[in-house]
Each structure stands twice: as C-alpha cells, then as structure tokens.
Design a protein around this ligand. Structure first.
Ligand code: URP
Ligand code: ZN
Ligand code: ZN
Ligand code: ZN
Length: 483
C-alpha cells in the first residue's frame, strides 16, 4: 500500500520546493510532481518536512527519589502529537552497575514507544569495567556517552573520570556529551542559601548562576580537545556557555551546543511567581535565565554557533514537585516540552523572522541526525530515507493547555502560548500517527535506531590527532632510548 503526500512544499535544511512525496514500506520511494498512490494525504498550503528528532529526553527517569512521569508510551505519544518522530533517551546505570544492564532496563522501558528512539549511555561512575563495556555499547548502536558535571553525590563525575572517558570515546569513534554545570560550586551555594533561609524555588536559580555553566562548558571543551574527542554540550542556556562554544568553534574545535525550547522562550521571572507550584513546576537545571541569555541563544541558532533545539523532556507532576516544599534542593529537576517544541519554535522562531524555515528543519532534525550519525535514515526528505515526516499546516493554531495535552502531567510550562502552526499529518516510518490533526499513535510501533561510531567528524579528528601526535626528534648519533 503506497501513500502520497500531495500538493505540499517540501522544506529541508537546504531547499524549499513544490513536490509530492511517495511512501512505501515505511520509506520514501519517490519525490516529484504528480505522483499517484493508494492513499492520498492532502498537503495543499502545508510544509512537508523531516519529522522532528529530540536528542534529549528522560522518559521514566529514576531521579531525585522518584521517576519522571512520562514513560516511553506517554512521552512518545506527546512527541508525535507535536511532530517529533524520534527521541534519544539516556540510559543511566546506577553507580557500580554494568552499562549493559542499563541497556536492558532501557530496552524494557522503550518497548511501548510509539515512535522510533535511540539511546545515549551515561557514564555515572568509572572503572575498568566501564572502560571495557563502552566498546560493547558502541557495538550495540550507541555512539554517544553522557557526563554529568553536576548533581554532586549522585550522577556527577570528576575531571579525571571525564578525561579518561573522553579518551575512550576518541578511541572508539564515539562522541561525549556533557551536562555542564560546576557541581561542587552548586552544592556549596545550595547549602549556603538553605542556611540563610532561602528555601523556595527561586533559590534554585540563585544556586546555579550562568557562571557555573560557563566555567564547566569551557572546562569540558578543553578536556575534550586534549582527549581528541568532539563534544556535544546539552541544554546550553546562557551567554557564557555559548561564548565558550563559539570561541571553540572559531578555533576549529568540533563542539556543538543544544539550547532547549524552554530556555529560548521562558525566563527567570517564572521562579518569582507567588504561587509555589507555578515556580516549582519550572525548576530544572540549568534554570531559566534573562533576556540577555535568550537573545544569545537565538543568535546562536541563526548564526550556526548553536546546532540543535531539544526539550530535555523530564516531566514531574505537581505532587512530585511538592517533595521540595521547604527545601528547593529536593524539588525534582525537570520540565516537559516534547509536544510543544516544534509548534513553539515555529511560532517564536520562524514566524518572527529570527530563523528561516530551513534553519528550523536543521535545528530540529537534520543537524541532530548528522551529529548523532543516523543521517539520512533520519532527518531527511530523500529517496531511501525513513518516512518520518511532518506536514506542517500554517493555517492551524491553538492555545497550549495542559487539559488537552498528551503528556501525563497536570500542567504545561507553555500554558497560554498561542501557536500558529500545527501538524496536519505526522508519519512515523509511513504510519500516519497524526491524521488531519487527530492523534492515532500506536503503542509499540517505535523501533530502536542503531547509530554507528566513527561519524565524519570523529574520523577527521582522529586523523588529525594521529598526524600531530608527539614524536621524538631523530638526532644523528643520539639514541632515543637511554643506554
Ligand atoms: O533539570 C533537568 N534538566 N532534569 C533532567 C536531568 C538533566 O539534568 O538533564
Ligand atoms: Zn527505579
Ligand atoms: Zn542535564
Ligand atoms: Zn537531561
């Protein structure tokens, strides 16, 4: 049974053109004018784009004494509702736990996924076993390793562990990721704030100023450079971190930054709301920041110094957030956004002229697929690519409301924002999961996307490291080894 998306304008990261798109067996088989097929999806007046890829989610994440509430079923339903057709989640071994056991746990959780997914592996402890297992992890199709520089006493790793792991990534052709905040300083500031009676959610923001992020980002960049590895910085939220990334890029280092849709549109004033629940629901790390930082992130997307827009979807209910009444450091960190990332970025980015439609596709899909090494299976409108597609309808609009969302939590941090484009259709490997705006996600449809190591950048970097490696100078009559 073939399907044809008809009459739309195809928008990719580098082209905009009128064409029909034909799909068979979950793949794109033809792109061109006047195509025919068994089922027609009318895309008149719409933009046909690669489905969104969210490179950063935490579905059913065990964290801060609880689990994030959206699991792989609820989370990927929400993703599809908003045009995201692939999520990349973080497998988190407990300290001392085998990385391979963590993959089994994540395999079980993800069996219910409605869209395709992949995993990053978190390095939460270090030892010979982790060093050895990293190779097996890459052989299983996971080529990205996450390091938390924050969350002291739980997920945090130190510089020596990070350097060892980054060197291992370089050997394996894998890419290290970092959550860049100086965890030692955050811990010290948290203790001081609490002792001074600053116990509310606003103190969460005071405990993690932009300096702690800028410092850690720069440190991770330098460590990656010494290790000969590229670096992907998750949830880049401030000018100091962006500045470090920009500088690194200008110096030829292979570094990518990932702002979140939340940081682009929501600011620190949320934490000063008199309603404790309102403020606590927005507690995440790094915290929301002021307009200066937001402008910097938008500029990064427009100029290409920042590469991807993610959500870090990690949704906790109000009841879970209330674990932190009287002590902000116990508020589970995380916010949602899977359903809203694309419509909000389109409305606040494309429709304001901050970014072009092609840049929108690049930062929500194509750049991500290239960096994570699953392009052009994902992130492309090309013959042979998976038919993960979104038909974006600029005549549809809605006001975001928790009441009508797919996510299982009881609020939405974007509540009240009017979005002025929505998916008319969303296809996940050819299956129509959003049909004329109606969500028809299918439990268990999602498949694991294996991603090989040795993406282009890793190859280039290892070649360069090899050519510039220390070599002894040969001197006539002087032996290299002592006598
Ligand atoms: O606050 C956040 N971001 N929660 C999820 C875990 C993380 O740090 O990414
Ligand atoms: Zn658990
Ligand atoms: Zn993080
Ligand atoms: Zn995260």
């Amino acid at each position: 049974m073939s399907k044809v998306i008809k009459g739309g304008t195809v928008v990719t990261a580098d082209l905009t053109y009128k064409a029909d798109v034909k799909i068979e067996d979950g793949k794109i088989v033809e792109i061109g004018p006047d195509l025919t097929g068994d089922e027609i999806l009318d895309a008149e007046g719409c933009f046909v784009m690669p489905g969104g890829i969210d490179p950063h989610t935490h579905l059913e994440m065990p964290f801060m004494g609880t689990h994030s509430s959206d699991d792989f079923y609820a989370g990927t339903r929400a993703a599809l509702a908003g045009g995201t057709t692939m999520v990349v989640d973080f497998a988190l071994p407990d300290p001392g736990q085998s990385l391979l056991d963590a993959i089994k746990v994540w395999d079980n959780k993800s069996a219910r996924a409605c869209c395709d997914y992949s995993f990053h592996m978190a390095i939460t402890w270090w030892g010979e076993q982790v060093f050895d297992e990293m190779k097996t992890v890459t052989e299983k199709g996971i080529n990205t390793f996450k390091h938390f520089m924050a969350y002291k006493g739980s997920l945090m790793v130190n510089d020596d562990e990070m350097f060892a792991s980054f060197k291992r990534c370089a050997e394996l052709g894998a890419t290290p990721l970092v959550h860049a905040e100086n965890g030692d300083l955050v811990a010290e500031m948290t203790t001081k704030l609490l002792a001074e009676g600053n116990t509310g959610p606003e103190a969460h923001a005071y405990s993690r100023p932009s300096q702690v992020e800028g410092e850690a980002t720069n440190r991770a960049i330098m460590i990656a450079d010494m290790a000969g590895a590229p670096l992907y910085v998750v949830h880049t939220s401030c000018e100091e971190a962006h500045e470090a990334i920009r500088r690194a890029k200008m110096n030829g280092k292979r570094v990518w930054g990932e702002p979140l849709i939340q940081h682009l549109v929501l600011d620190e004033s949320e934490y000063f709301n008199e309603d404790w629940d309102h403020a606590a629901r927005r507690v995440m790390s790094p915290p929301f920041r002021n307009k200066k930082h937001q402008d910097s992130l938008w500029a990064g997307l427009a100029s290409g110094t920042l590469s991807c827009v993610a959500t870090d979807h990690c949704a906790f209910t109000t009841e879970q957030k209330r674990y932190g009444v009287g002590d902000f450091s116990k508020i589970p960190n995380g916010t949602g956004g899977l359903e809203d990332r694309l419509p909000v970025l389109w409305t606040m980015g494309v429709e304001t002229g901050r970014i072009t439609m092609n840049e929108f596709v690049a930062v929500t899909s194509t750049n991500i697929a290239k960096i994570l090494n699953c392009y052009p299976q994902k992130g492309a409108v090309l013959v042979g690519a998976d038919a993960d597609l979104i038909v974006m309808d600029p005549s549809m609009s809605k006001t975001i409301k928790a009441e009508t969302q797919a996510s299982s939590i009881d609020y939405n941090v974007f509540e009240g924002i009017e979005v002025t484009a929505l998916p008319r259709y969303v296809l996940t490997r050819g299956y129509v999961a959003v049909d004329k705006g109606e969500l028809k996600a299918k439990e268990g449809h999602g498949e694991f996307v294996a991603r090989d190591p040795n993406a282009t950048v890793n190859k280039a970097l290892s070649k360069w490291k090899e050519l510039t490696a220390p070599r002894p100078v040969e001197r006539a009559g002087i032996p290299v080894t002592g006598v």
